[in-house]
Ligand binder design. Structure first.
Ligand SMILES: Nc1ncnc2c1ncn2[C@@H]1O[C@H](COP(=O)(O)OP(=O)(O)OP(=O)(O)O)[C@@H](O)[C@H]1O
Ligand SMILES: [Mg+2]
Length: 227
């Protein structure tokens, strides 16, 4: 079953007289438990697509269906709740809250949703991401790669049905990137989570179940299936 489906998605930005077609008719389905990699050059529309699939931004045209529900008919509050319950985001710029420490950042979405923090699971995630000794550190005291892993830990801790990750290994060395990929693959396999991951790294992309390539706001034909 498709947990994510976008149909003829378009996003046009108007700046002055110029229209930037960030997405220009993208259709895509992602199955439950699938691990999809999205590749493409800088400015090709990858982040725009991811943000749209997570209901963070409204398309100029097209439909987005999350877990069988078209999101265009939802109110702002309904969309916020759907997002919080079902989707874990890893943003390209991490989006950590600077005044909260690592632990507080990670548990914030769980607490906002009134959920209970499973300390053991959280420690396992921190352990896996080599962040155990940074648990109570402030984000500003962390390296870029460490902040990136905290952002990933925050997305994973909710155990969402869908993880949308924008370059989650962009600031990591190849060894740590492999570890992160390992954790994402375990999440997909054991928790049935669906993962859509943007990456510039072809080697990393090869570890996913399927790769799609975006150029100039279009999916390029001949996308490789890895399964
Ligand atoms: N808010 C905005 N206003 C105007 N143009 C925008 C806006 N956001 C994105 N764009 C444009 O849309 C296009 C796609 O941007 P997007 O961020 O999706 O690219 P990307 O593939 O994620 O690139 P990168 O690999 O560098 O992160 C770019 O040309 C960008 O300049
Ligand atoms: Mg981007």
């Amino acid at each position: 079953m498709d947990i994510l489906k976008v149909t003829d998605l378009k996003k046009y930005y108007e700046t002055g007289d110029i229209i930037v077609k960030a997405l220009d008719g993208v259709s895509l389905s992602v199955k439950r438990g699938e691990f999809l990699a999205v590749v493409g050059t800088s400015g090709s529309g990858k982040s725009t697509l991811l943000n749209m699939m997570g209901g963070l931004d409204t398309p100029t045209e097209g439909e987005i269906i999350i877990d069988g529900q078209s999101i265009s008919g939802l109110s702002r509050d309904e969309l916020t709740i759907l997002r919080r319950r079902k989707i874990g985001f890893v943003f390209q710029n991490y989006n950590l809250l600077p005044l909260l420490n690592v632990y507080e950042n990670i548990v914030l979405p769980i607490r906002l949703d009134g959920g209970k923090v499973r300390e053991k699971d959280l420690d396992d995630i921190l352990d896996f991401l080599h962040l155990k000794d940074k648990k109570y550190e402030m984000p500003s005291h962390l390296s870029g790669g460490q902040q990136q892993r905290v952002a990933l830990a925050r997305a994973l801790a909710m155990k969402p049905a869908i993880i949308l990750a924008d370059e989650p290994t962009g600031n990591l060395d190849s060894r740590t990137s492999q570890d992160v990929m390992g954790l994402l693959k375990i999440s997909a396999r054991e928790l049935g989570q669906t993962i859509v991951m943007i990456t510039h790294n072809e080697e990393i992309a090869q570890l996913a179940d399927r790769i799609i390539r975006i150029e100039d706001g279009h999916i390029v034909k001949g996308a490789v299936a890895n399964v």
